[in-house]
Design a protein around this ligand. Structure first.
Ligand SMILES: Nc1ncnc2c1ncn2[C@@H]1O[C@H](COP(=O)(O)OP(=O)(O)OP(=O)(O)O)[C@@H](O)[C@H]1O
Length: 727
């Protein structure tokens, strides 16, 4: 078997790449070369060929080792020519402001303490004078040479001693002359100043001499000037430190590699500064994944000798699962000073555009676009879930067009700063009154959702090209397509309600699925993310997920999406002190660690007041915030059971759900359009009707699907009407 090692090599590579580009699975280079009359070589052996040669497992070098030269170039990752911080004016501005503030502070600090420093130095000046005179006399008498002369005496080396003594005599003579000259010059200058110079020069001279003598008299353990700023002492991250920490994780593959003298981690880029920290990245040994390291984050922090809040190992999504990006911050993420939130003091929001709501580990702003999403927030209690929901609602409040519906089912009043200021509907507490208020609002929201789908469908294509609400459409008040943002804290209170839980779930599922396109945003927060408190129909369809600390894999995946835990997105790794720190999945990107902006209650009230005045100016303050009570929507404006009977004739005893929803959509498109068989099942549940297996013959075979029994519907209607009549 020959290998193409000749000058055709580059041609061979290009040829193979072109063939691969064309989608060919195996390239028969023989034929191609024969056609071109070049030296024939065989790169792929067909095992069925009669020669009886064994098939090659590893293909010959030039064609088979990866994508080839051009491919490698095309697949190569180009590092930024200009670093990110130099490209972003806001980052540059923030850095410059920090430097300016640092030096202004330092100058101010020392200026205020200057008289104290002067007094301290004056007090130290006698000691300094003694030290100066002593030092001068030691210098003149050549005391530094004394140990050497003494050693010569001990050795009884007469010749050496005589040589050293002669040298000392001449040196002392010279130094005495220099000292006498200096004294003479000094005294003359002092006399001249005393006689000739104006008073301020005399004072300045005496002051300088006293301060200099004071400085000479300082003690090592009592500095005169203290530090104005205690800079955090974060030592540089080096490859040795990283390898030491990885070796301490107790991962056998790394330990084995290091035991054999290898590194156990292959750095793929130099360790660099990245924001306020260091970034190392590279490949773990074969079979070790980044999740293995994330699981041992505490041990990693111990190995790096850094606080836990500084150590952030992350998988690089575009790479293999063993490729780790390790970011080690100079300061604990919870304690690091955060930049000021741009919206804290002024500014308004366009909900259709990204808005900064937190910072990542590197101190860069992370944006969220609230439109076209439904979001869930999950965490164990006291980690900042309510604060995060309130922050998102405050952002929504700053868009005067947005209609807010806020529900604080915990009832502690955390959402009042938003609710009282701007909400169209607002309730706090889990009492019957609040539940009924919320139920009426949810029913009205479902009607609104249906109205909106109808409006959007009826709009001409050029005005509504994507069949969804846009910022321009939201501006047209006549259409009533302004953003509606519904925020519910402790949403499990609604979904677990013994009487209305199912209806809340059904409406919320509908809002999560169809709301985003119609401009309705539902944000649900819960401290117990399980299937009951966050029904799967909702958690599976949420477009944005915020997960603060949770305790286990189930809750993690419930909030962050199926198999998030397996992929290494683990909110279980957050520490108890990591308040407001969460994984954020949304904005079309991978999970990111974000520290939410901290807005306390007074801050929230101030922002709420600002949002209210903007609404008042625009004439957009409505509902609860205006003191208006809601108009009561007592129940669905359609009768599902009657509608089903209308579309299922008596001759059909059992019908597939999909047939029923198709017919319902035809009967009342504004209500039933888009319903899936599941929606029918969910809608029938509150009436005590469940779907059954219905077999139908299709092409001679019996096909079983879920469906309804007409008699069940008729019975339910009879029972309901009977009760009503009796009532
Ligand atoms: N972004 C943040 N940064 C710093 N601290 C925060 C942040 N968010 C919240 N906290 C702190 O965490 C505490 C708990 O917050 P919050 O009330 O939102 O928790 P919770 O998860 O809603 O608790 P519960 O489940 O009891 O309602 C707050 O008192 C606040 O001091």
């Amino acid at each position: 078997m020959k290998h193409p090692e000749d000058d055709n090599e580059l041609f061979n590579r290009l040829e193979a790449e072109m063939a691969a580009d064309a989608g060919a699975a195996v390239v028969d280079l023989d034929k191609a070369r024969a056609a071109r009359d070049t030296t024939p070589t065989t790169t792929v052996v067909d095992p069925t060929e009669p020669e009886g040669e064994r098939p090659l497992v590893d293909l010959p070098t030039p064609v088979a080792t990866g994508p080839g030269y051009l491919g490698r170039l095309a697949g190569g990752k180009r590092r930024d020519v200009i670093p990110v911080w130099l490209r972003s004016t806001s980052e540059l501005r923030t850095a410059a402001a920090w430097v300016a503030r640092h030096y202004t502070h330092t100058v101010g600090y020392h200026a205020l303490r200057a008289p104290i420093y002067a007094a301290r130095l004056a007090l130290q000046s006698p000691a300094g004078t003694a030290r100066f005179i002593g030092g001068t006399m030691r210098w003149v008498s050549d005391r530094e040479g004394e140990p050497v002369r003494a050693a010569a005496v001990r050795r009884e080396d007469a010749a050496e001693y005589l040589r050293l003594s002669a040298q000392r005599d001449s040196r002392v003579k010279l130094r005495m002359m220099v000292a006498a000259l200096a004294m003479f010059v000094g005294l003359t200058v002092a006399l001249a100043i005393y006689v000739l110079a104006p008073g301020w020069v005399q004072a300045l001279s005496v002051g300088t001499v006293v301060l200099a003598l004071g400085a000479a008299g300082r003690k090592a353990d009592a500095p005169v000037i203290h530090r104005a700023v205690e800079l955090p002492k974060a030592s540089k991250l080096t490859s040795d430190i990283v390898l030491r920490a990885l070796g301490a994780l107790g991962i056998p593959a790394i330990n084995q590699a290091q035991g054999k003298g290898r590194d156990g981690f292959e750095f793929t880029a130099p360790i660099t500064r990245d924001g306020p920290g260091w970034r190392a990245q590279g490949n773990l040994p074969y079979g070790v994944t980044v999740t293995d390291v994330i699981e041992r984050r505490e041990r990693l922090a111990s190995g790096l000798r850094r606080p836990l809040g500084c150590v952030w190992p992350e998988p690089a999504s575009e790479e293999h699962p063993g490729h780790m990006v390790l970011w080690v911050g100079d300061q604990d993420l919870t304690k690091a000073k955060k930049p000021t939130w741009p919206l804290a003091k002024s500014g308004s929001v366009d909900l259709f555009k990204p808005v900064a709501y937190g910072t990542d580990q590197r101190g860069r702003w992370v944006d969220v676009t609230l439109m076209y999403i439904a979001g869930v927030i999950g965490a164990i209690p006291r980690m900042g879930k309510t604060f995060l929901l309130r922050l998102l609602l405050l952002i929504a409040a700053l868009d005067p067009r947005a209609e807010l519906h806020t529900y604080d089912m915990k009832g502690t009043g955390d959402l009042d700063p938003v609710g009282n200021a701007v909400s169209h509907r607002h309730a706090a507490g889990d009492d019957d009154e609040s539940i009924n208020y919320a139920l009426a609002d949810f029913r009205a929201l479902r009607e609104e959702l249906r109205r909106r789908t109808g409006v959007i469908r009826s709009l001409p294509r050029d005005i509504c090209p994507e069949n969804k609400v846009t910022s321009q459409l939201a501006d047209k008040r006549s259409l009533g397509l302004h953003p509606i943002v519904v925020g519910v804290d402790e949403c499990q209170v609604l979904f677990e309600h013994p009487e209305h839980g199912k209806e809340f779930e059904e409406i919320a599922t509908d809002l999560v699925k169809r709301g985003p396109a119609t401009g309705i945003v539902l944000l649900l927060a819960t401290q117990r993310p399980d299937a009951k408190s966050l029904p799967t129909g909702i958690s599976a369809n949420a477009g944005a997920r915020w997960c603060l600390k949770v305790m286990g894999q189930t809750e993690n995946d419930m909030v962050l999406g199926t198999s998030a835990y397996k992929r290494g997105v683990r909110a279980t790794m957050f520490a108890w002190g990591d308040k407001g720190i969460h994984y954020f999945v949304g904005e079309g990107s991978d999970a990111r660690i974000v520290s939410a902006v901290y807005v306390d209650a007074p801050g929230a009230e101030a922002i709420g007041a600002r949002a209210r005045s903007a609404r008042e100016k625009a004439g957009l303050l409505t509902g609860y915030a205006m003191g208006e009570a809601p108009e009561v929507v007592t129940g669905p404006a359609y009768d599902l059971l009657a509608d089903i009977l209308a579309v299922v004739p008596a001759a059909e005893a059992k019908v597939w759900s999909e047939t029923v929803v198709a017919r319902l959509a035809e009967l009342r498109p504004d209500v039933y359009d888009g319903w899936e068989p599941d929606a029918l099942t969910a809608a029938l549940k509150p009436h005590g009707i469940s779907t059954v297996q219905v077999g139908r013959r299709v092409d001679g075979k019996v096909v079983n699907r879920r469906g309804i029994t007409r008699a069940h519907i008729a019975d339910a209607i009879a029972q309901r009407d009977g009760k009503r009549d009796a009532g």
